[in-house]
Design a protein around this ligand. Structure first.
Ligand SMILES: Nc1ncnc2c1ncn2[C@@H]1O[C@H](COP(=O)(O)OP(=O)(O)OP(=O)(O)O)[C@@H](O)[C@H]1O
Length: 348
């Protein structure tokens, strides 16, 4: 069982010096806008995954004017005590592998209504966890694509020596993505039934990359004149997307419904990965209450708690009665400092 017992953060965003002792179960970080709640989740993500979940737009994680940032974590995994360290100048410095963490970010609705690139990254991240050798496959693809594109830019004359290798790698990727989607589709369907939300929605994968390498090779040959004109290969790993359908038609949900669907997708992916790696993850849940009614909040928090040993969640306000739980730990975050509030003893 993976959980964090102690966390020490120095010089990360607005968190100058933070020390937290945590318990298993649901830990709630409460505070106003800009208090440092998301930065705390970011620290947990960073020390375990080695990178941030926030894009470049958010700038460097080291506190303005500070010489460096550090994160130290002590916790448990598989019944053993583990330690992890991250230093801004070195990255992760411990040998032990990171604790498994799963993020429900504040913009989960974007997974349904945003750019296809987000969905492909979501699929590939989960494929990476169930299929060994994805990194090697990616480098095969990159190498053969670069060689083929150089050949196209030179006019595509002579033998197409990189086509077979590129078609083989691309078809394997198409196959592992389609297989994951199939398992995800079933898990999503089961979860929607169990929770009684988004009834009748179906996950549909659309990709024009054939899973048979001979067919992929035939497509490459057919598209050759266009590829030479463009100077690059049209059929690439960035083709493919999934959508949600109801009765065969693309479903258009509200912001809150899309957010619910995004969280369900994370829960479904967690089930798929845990068929192979049963250890539950630590879930980092940023601002779930935004856009969700109380019933949905309670439902989704309940499903996330059931899937994890520890949940670190953020919110602007203290958890309401629908979300509270006996033993829930609550911390108040303000201007980068964190204060413990009395643990909740009973469901109110
Ligand atoms: N490198 C940095 N150095 C110092 N402060 C930073 C740095 N990067 C971001 N900040 C500031 O840290 C503060 C905390 O941001 P954070 O996103 O953690 O807040 P939050 O509590 O999650 O707020 P909200 O509820 O509005 O999402 C922000 O005011 C931000 O401007």
């Amino acid at each position: 069982m993976a959980w964090i017992e102690h966390l020490r953060i120095r010089g990360l965003r607005n968190l100058a010096a933070v020390e937290l002792s945590l318990s298993e179960g649901h830990v709630c970080l409460v505070g106003g806008n800009g208090a440092g709640k998301t930065s705390l989740l970011e620290a947990v993500y960073l020390v375990n995954r080695g990178g941030s979940f926030r894009g470049r737009r958010h700038g460097p994680v080291v506190m303005h004017g500070a010489a460096g940032a550090s994160i130290d974590l002590a916790g448990y995994q598989g019944g053993h005590a583990v330690r992890r360290q991250w230093r801004s100048e070195l990255g992760v410095v411990t040998r032990e592998t990171g604790l498994p963490v799963r993020l429900v970010g504040s913009a989960m609705h974007a997974l349904v209504e945003g750019d296809p690139e987000l969905r492909r990254r979501f699929i590939d991240w989960n494929v990476f966890h169930v299929e060994h050798g994805l990194a090697e496959l990616r480098s095969r693809l990159r190498r053969s694509a670069a060689q083929r594109n150089a050949w196209l830019r030179a006019g595509g004359q002579g033998a197409a020596i990189w086509d077979a290798e590129y078609a083989a790698a691309l078809s394997i990727l198409a196959k592992v993505r389609a297989d994951l989607l199939d398992r995800l589709r079933q898990a999503f369907h089961t979860l929607a039934l169990e929770l009684g939300v988004l009834d009748g929605l179906e996950l549909v994968w659309r990709s024009d990359i054939p899973t048979d390498p001979d067919q992929t090779l035939a497509v490459l040959q057919r598209q050759l004149p266009g590829d030479v004109g463009r100077g690059y290969t049209y059929l690439s790993a960035s083709r493919g997307d999934f959508c949600l359908q109801r009765d065969g038609t693309t479903w258009v949900g509200s912001r809150g419904q899309n957010k619910t669907a995004g969280v369900l997708l994370q829960l479904a992916a967690d089930r798929v990965v845990r068929e192979q790696y049963p250890e539950p993850s630590i879930w980092l849940v940023d601002d779930l209450p935004a856009e969700l009614d109380r019933e949905r909040q309670a439902l989704l928090y309940g499903a996330i708690r059931a899937a994890s040993t520890q949940v670190l969640s953020t919110a602007l306000e203290s958890p309401g009665s629908a979300v509270r739980q006996a033993g829930m730990q609550v911390f108040h975050v303000e201007h980068g400092t964190v204060r413990s509030m009395p643990s909740l003893r009973a469901v109110v």
